[in-house]
Structure formats: C-alpha cells, structure tokens
Design a protein around this ligand. Structure first.
Ligand SMILES: NC(=O)c1ccc[n+]([C@@H]2O[C@H](COP(=O)([O-])OP(=O)(O)OC[C@H]3O[C@@H](n4cnc5c(N)ncnc54)[C@H](O)[C@@H]3O)[C@@H](O)[C@H]2O)c1
Length: 394
C-alpha cells in the first residue's frame, strides 16, 4: 500500500505529516511512502532526506493523491478552511484520509468528504486512553503550543522572567498565571518555571491541583465549585452562566497580580469560556501580556482578536493561532510518530483493516462507504442514527 504525504497548503503552515525517520517503520508494516516535492522543507526535512530513507518524491500534488491508498496530512479539508477544498476533487473512492479534520466544525464539510467515498480518520477524536497515548496528536501539538506561548510572552514582556541579584540591584521574578491546566497549560507551567518565573495556575477540574504543585507552581483555589467538572474522557464539562460569572468575579483580583496570563481553557466542541473580561484585562498593569491559546475557538479573553496581537490600555493580548506550526521540526516529528503508530494499528502485513471493534479505530473513523459513520458526530449534528451497526461498518 502507498502512503501519500502532500505538502501542507494552509497559508503559513510549516509542518509536514510524516518525517523521514518514520519511513523504515512504515516499510516494515508493508507501506511505501510517496512525498510531494518540498513537503518537509519548511520543517527542516529535505526531499533528499526522505529519498535516503526510501520514499519516492513526486513533484505533482495531484499525482500524490492519485497514487496514494492512504493520504496523511496535518490540516485536512475541514481543519483547513482556506485552501483545503481544493483537495476534494483529488480524493478517490476507497482512499483513506487521516489528519486533523475539525470534526465538530461543519457537518457539510464532513458530508462532502463522505460523498467522495473516502474513509477518513479524525486524529482529534483519538480516545484519551493509555493505549492511544502514543497516537494522541492533540496532546503532542498542545505540548508545543504551551511551550511556545511562554516564549512569546517572555519575548514581549518588558521584564525578565528570573529573579536576579546583581550589583545593580535585585530584579524581581515575573509572575505568570496559567488558566486552564490541560496538556498545553502543564507545559506552559513547566516552561515558565524553567525560565525562573513565579507561576500560579487554575483549572475548574480539582484533579489537576497535584499536577500543578508537582511542577513547582501554586494552585489557585477559587470559592466556586464546578458541577461534574470532568467527563469520563477527562475533559472539562460546560458549566452554567452563574458559574462562569462567579469564576470571573473571583479571578479578577488574581489576574491583576500577574505580569503574564496564559489562557488555555477549552471545552470540546463548544465556544471557549470567557475567563477574562474587558474590565479584568484593563485591571492588569501596563506592559502585562495575555496569550490566549483558546483564540481559535473564540478566546478566553473578551478582548482577544483571533489571529491578532493587539495592545489595549498598555496590555498586549496575543490571539495567534496554531503556535505548534511555529516549531515545525519537533511538531512534525511528534505528529509523524503519532500517525505512524496509528498506521501500524490499521495496516497489518500491508493490508488495511477496518476493525471497528477496536475503540481507537471506531472513535476516530469519521466517514466510510459514502456515509458519516461516527456515532458521536452524528449525535452532535443531530443526524439520524444509521440503520444498523453492520451497515455503518460495511
Ligand atoms: N491519554 C491520556 O490519558 C490523556 C491524553 C491527553 C490528555 N489527557 C488529560 O485530559 C485532560 C484534558 O486535557 P486537554 O489538554 O485536552 O484539555 P483541553 O484542551 O480540552 O482543555 C484545557 C483545560 O481547560 C480547562 N477548562 C475548561 N473550562 C475551564 C474554565 N471555565 N475554567 C478553568 N479551566 C477550564 C479544562 O479542565 C482543561 O484542563 C487533562 O487532564 C489531560 O491530562 C489524558
């Protein structure tokens, strides 16, 4: 079977789906790799490196799609809402597609992919289980975003992060607050600590308190308790407006005490909760920085301009998207490892096997045989259930 790696087409995207190092592993599973010329260049992986590991380089993008039994991308049509549509005519029936598809974004888009007869896998829907951990690309990208958010903040802050005692006096350390302690938040804590900042963090899931403290940060406790804070998959649940209002009241004072606030609070499939209102941001000292990692989903700060950096009353608010793409070498390395592990599960002795009894395969499978077959997605978009389970699995 042939695995195709087209060049990413989303403007500014620098990652690539597979890196040369994984090609021998794929070959062992009976998979040949074809790469669109230049696909890894922006991430630091040259055509010659792919060639040296046994991949074939093809200059024509359409040809990559034509020969590939399995297409691997970072941003597939769905998550690539700018240029992804151009790939649709290149899909062929029976082809497998995997990557970020933003499954809860648009029902029409997923339907369009289904209508091409493509068997698509949304890497965002990877279950949060121990067995799936090495295939969890969301965690890989969140790790990089959390790290980079701190560097962006440190670079913009008119202060140093560490405490220094010098002949010219003592410099106090920067005070950093992380709101939302998932994978990105944890990495942000670790990175800010390494730079010498004094770090505090808050999450509505009390389960993270220990993790925060183990990284040397203070856990901020608010006098408001979330109802069923965490679902069975470990994600935060949506709370009512009274909770969010009380949360904001209590957070206002905490935020004002910090030089840097990094927000990474997300509820899957929902608009991000507003944790920092305009007034709260205005309460921060001039020169302070807020990096909003939830910007793509509406933002955790009311003033965030998605995709932009603005200065409001002397406070810089950064709502850049896709920070993982700004560290493309390691982001691609991690992503390629995640996809390769997933491919090893799907392809046995060179044959693609759609074993929907496996929860990893079943939960990530979006479309097959012309239909949207993912039960969670059908429920989310209020689509009628498929006639029988057997039909869905054909
Ligand atoms: N394989 C695995 O077992 C596995 C893999 C990845 C993540 N996880 C766990 O899953 C959990 C979610 O991680 P994630 O990075 O995907 O999270 P996420 O990106 O969905 O959300 C980020 C954080 O925002 C928090 N949040 C949401 N609303 C909030 C609010 N109003 N106030 C404060 N915080 C709020 C969430 O609790 C979460 O910690 C974590 O505990 C993580 O360790 C487990």
């Amino acid at each position: 079977m042939i695995v195709g790696v087209p060049r990413e087409s989303f403007p500014g995207e620098r990652r690539v789906a597979l890196v040369p190092a994984v090609i021998p592993t794929l070959a062992k599973a009976g998979l040949e790799v074809v790469v669109e010329a230049g696909a890894g260049a922006e991430a630091g992986y040259l055509d010659a490196d792919y060639g040296a590991k046994g991949a074939k380089i093809i200059p024509d993008r359409a040809e990559v799609f034509r020969v590939a039994d399995i297409v691997t991308q970072v941003l597939c049509y769905g998550s690539n809402d700018r240029t992804g549509k151009a790939d649709v005519p290149l899909f062929h029936s029976g082809q497998v597609l995997m990557g970020f598809l933003r499954p809860l974004g648009s029902a029409e888009t997923i339907q369009e992919i289904a209508s091409k007869g493509v068997t698509s896998f949304s890497i965002e829907l990877m279950p949060r289980t121990t067995r799936a951990q090495s295939m969890d690309a969301l965690s890989s990208m969140a790790t990089i975003s959390g790290y980079k958010a701190v560097l962006v903040a440190a670079d913009t802050l008119p202060k140093m992060f560490p405490m220094l005692t010098t002949a010219a006096g003592t410099l106090t350390p920067a005070r950093v607050l992380i709101l939302g302690v998932g994978v990105a938040g944890l990495q942000a804590i670790a990175t800010a600590r390494r730079l010498g900042a004094v770090v505090s963090a808050y999450d509505l899931r009390p389960a993270v308190k220990e993790q925060v403290q183990s990284l040397g940060a203070r856990f901020v406790e608010l006098a408001v308790e979330a109802k069923d804070a965490q679902d069975a998959r470990g994600y935060a649940t949506q709370q009512d407006e009274a909770f969010y209002r009380r949360q904001r009241e209590l957070l206002g004072k905490v935020i004002a005490e910090h030089d840097v606030v990094i927000t990474a609070a997300v509820v899957p499939g929902k608009k991000s909760p507003v944790l920092v209102t305009k007034e709260m941001a205005e309460g921060m000292a001039p020169g302070s920085i807020l990096v909003d990692l939830a910007a793509e989903r509406g933002g955790n700060c009311e003033l965030t301009q998605p995709g932009e950096k603005i200065v409001h009353n002397g406070v810089t608010i950064i709502g850049w998207f896709n920070l993982a793409s700004t560290v493309p070498y390691h982001a691609s390395q991690m992503y390629a490892k995640n996809l390769t592990t997933f491919l090893q599960l799907l392809v046995k002795e060179g044959k693609f096997q759609l074993n929907t009894k496996d929860d990893i395969i079943r939960e990530t499978l979006l479309t097959h045989g012309g239909e949207v077959v993912n039960a969670r997605l059908r429920e989310f978009f209020s689509m009628p259930a498929l006639a029988t389970k057997e039909e869905a699995q054909k």
